[in-house]
Write a protein that binds this ligand. Structure first.
Ligand code: DOR
Length: 432
């Protein structure tokens, strides 16, 4: 437990600082004044009359940024509310998150954007950015008044959860959003091909007798949206990429200079479809967990820059929602509180990913992807930071869970690397 009384000017010393921009982790100290980073010096200690936050033995990095969270408010407050979703985020080391539009009502009116931002001002534990819906009620037919949504504070547009099947609607949406400089985040899935599939189509769906969702149902949608991004020149972001074929399409599109970016979730990087043999409803996600070959391609894409960043797709559902027959369970798992530790344990400690690259993929990379502030240690930026004990082991159980829901296949799992707390505009939030 770190003891600290908030004050407006102080130094953080003794830490190992992770600087995503220079891709370096080295000893350093940070001078914080009035909620902003005043100076970073690459020395473990400094002489000062100011108070010192002693971060000896900890890793200090820019606060994490999640660009794909489902906060469920308004409409599904039994699953999550803004206070609990942002608390789970803060406990996972996030200082900024962006919430998706599939609420009820959907975020398709400026009043809903304002309602969410107001709620976060009252009860939020992180900064919150709003992603508004592309179409009215997420119906895929009629596009919303993007300029009014932008005026109200929306920073991107998405019908996440649904693919916009009508190509003319998607084309118009990209044209209109492009004029306003708003990216469109696409949930790529051909619904006819995906049908009533419950898991990835392949060996394990055959073995279990489950109807499958083929990889091409995603790839067809990715290919169409890339073609429309090329046609319109507008910014397209592909949500939760899950297949090797999608990676290939995105790689080719980037080579041609088409303005496309992509994210991958912690679960698609670490869990394959063989796990469905446990029949755990918390492993039912959309897109589904794919094959080991897909995972290999996703990891490679993360390292070579084809995939731009990591995003959680934190999708809370209640126990009652999930404790039904597999085909009736809604897709989704929570992920904000475990994302860093999960990937640190599985990818960094195994030697597959450098720690600084994991930090970069959760800080400066998502910020750049959606064009939101944060994710760096530059002078003058808001002092949003995370303090992590890399040596600590911890168990993610119901007692420490901060989300309102606990739909996770990682329940009672032990992880390395524990977030101790965050600074939000220089204000300390202790997590343990
Ligand atoms: O698994 C998922 N759950 N994928 C999505 O795209 C939507 C999300 C949800 O809203 O529950």
């Amino acid at each position: 437990m770190i003891k600290w009384k908030n004050r407006s000017e102080f130094w953080i010393t003794g830490a190992k600082l992770a600087d995503p921009e220079s891709r370096k982790i080295r000893a350093g100290s940070i001078h914080i004044n009035n909620g902003r980073i005043e100076e970073v010096v690459w020395k473990k200690s400094i002489e000062t009359d100011l108070e010192i936050f002693d971060a000896e033995g900890y890793l200090v990095a820019p606060g994490f940024i999640d660009i794909h969270t489902h906060l469920r408010d308004p409409g599904f407050e039994d699953k999550e509310i803004i206070a609990t979703g942002t608390a789970a985020a803060a406990a996972g080391g996030y200082t900024s998150i962006a919430c998706m539009a599939n609420t009820n009502p959907a975020i398709d009116e400026p009043s809903v954007v304002r309602y969410i931002l107001d709620k976060n001002r009252e009860a939020g534990e992180t900064r919150l950015y709003v992603i508004a819906a592309v179409t009215k009620g997420l119906d895929g037919k009629e596009i919303n008044e993007f300029h009014l949504l932008k005026e109200a504070g929306a920073i991107a547009l998405s019908d996440d959860g649904n693919f916009i099947t009508n190509s003319k609607v998607m084309r118009s949406a990209l044209e209109y959003a492009g004029l306003l400089g708003l990216p469109i985040i696409s949930h790529c899935e051909d619904p006819d091909l995906a049908g009533d599939g419950l898991m990835n189509e392949g060996y394990y769906s055959t073995k279990l007798g489950f109807s499958g969702i083929p990889a091409v149902s995603e790839e067809i949608a990715v290919a169409r949206d890339i073609a429309l991004a090329k046609l319109t020149g507008s910014r397209l972001h592909i949500a939760h990429v899950s297949t090797a074929g999608s990676v290939e399409l995105i790689r080719e599109a980037k080579k041609k200079g088409i303005p496309v970016t992509a994210e991958v979730t912690p679960h698609h990087l670490t869990m394959d479809d063989s796990l469905l043999q446990e029949y755990d409803r918390n492993l039912k996600v959309n897109p589904p967990l794919r094959s080991l070959e897909d995972i290999k391609a996703l990891k490679k894409a993360l390292k070579n820059g084809t995939v731009d960043c990591i995003a959680t797709d934190h999708a809370p559902h209640t126990e009652i929602d999930k404790q039904v027959e597999f085909n009736f369970a809604p897709p989704g798992m929570i992920g904000l509180q475990t994302a860093f530790s999960h990937l640190y344990t599985e990818l960094v400690l195994s030697g597959e990913l450098e720690l600084i690259d994991l930090v970069r993929m959760m800080t400066s990379a998502p910020a750049k992807t959606l064009g939101i502030p944060g994710g760096t240690l530059e002078t003058g930026v808001q002092a949003d930071l995370v303090v992590i004990d890399l040596d600590a082991e911890w168990i993610f159980n119901g007692k420490v869970n901060r989300s309102k829901s606990f739909n996770t296949p990682l329940a009672d799992r032990s992880f390395n690397g524990h977030v101790q707390g965050t600074f939000l505009a220089g204000k300390w939030k202790q997590m343990v």
